[in-house]
Design a protein around this ligand. Structure first.
Ligand SMILES: *Cc1c(COP(=O)(O)O)cnc(C)c1O
Length: 225
């Protein structure tokens, strides 16, 4: 079986190649290793190979790992749906939240002395099984309020396209997300720069479409059970 170390190197070289093809600088793309269900041992292997950004889906699981890895240089990204009763832990652990899907959660995350960078998760296909904001109007309404929140910094948008084994099928969703970011910035006089898009299946296409943050699990840590 191929090691985490080696998988990470392979992913990085694929990122570099995709950047070359599309005339982008790899320095402008943040690789987030997605570690839901992944052991601390495997995470440490990735950290030793220079990975810094870690993405977790569940607050409880992240909290345990965070306590274990406190001494290490890790930047934590929350990428999963946040239950209202777990929100209070989030600003203590995470620097980024990619999965803002409603105003209520943002209000709970806006706490003193714990600045959070946030991205808004879009569910443009309106999939019932996924959370996320379903329309541009709803996004704009939330953004208008987010702009005034003292400890919240809106930095961009996130999307998980409908699952497909064919990476090209993600392209229109990525493209649409980039368009919405542009429109939101124009309409609300904002300057959000981040597009969190691209997973193990489709990150090369995401890079071609302007992704600035990739969330990659399986391709680094292996299949999840
Ligand atoms: C699990 C997960 C990922 C990573 O998926 P892989 O296909 O394993 O790379 C990325 N983003 C979110 C929101 C996830 O839940």
């Amino acid at each position: 079986m191929i090691s985490v170390r080696e998988s990470l190197r392979i992913v990085r070289s694929r990122i570099e190649k995709a950047c070359e093809r599309s005339g982008r600088d790899p320095a402008n793309i943040k690789l987030i290793g997605v570690t839901k269900g992944v052991s601390v041992e495997k995470i440490l292997e990735a950290l030793d190979e220079g990975l810094v950004d870690i993405g977790e889906n569940y607050v409880q699981e992240a909290k345990k790992k965070w306590e274990f890895l406190r001494e290490r240089n890790v930047i934590w990204h929350m990428i999963g749906h946040i239950q209202t009763n777990k929100a209070k832990y989030v600003p203590h652990i995470f620097s980024y939240v990619h999965s803002i899907d409603r105003l209520r959660i943002l209000e709970l995350l806006n706490v003193p002395n714990k600045p959070l960078k946030v991205l808004f998760q879009m569910n443009l296909a309106g999939e019932e099984t996924k959370s996320g904001i379903r329309s541009e109007e709803e996004l704009f309404d939330i953004l208008k309020k987010a702009k005034d929140m003292k400890n919240i910094e809106p930095i961009g948008l996130m999307i998980i396209p409908p699952y497909s084994p064919e990476p090209e099928n993600s392209r229109p969703h990525f493209r649409k997300l980039r368009e919405i970011l542009y429109i939101a910035n124009e309409r609300l006089a904002m300057n959000m720069t981040e597009l969190s898009m691209g997973m193990s299946q489709d990150f090369e296409v995401a890079i071609e479409e302007g992704a600035t943050m990739l969330r990659i699990g399986t391709a680094i840590f292996g299949e999840r059970r």
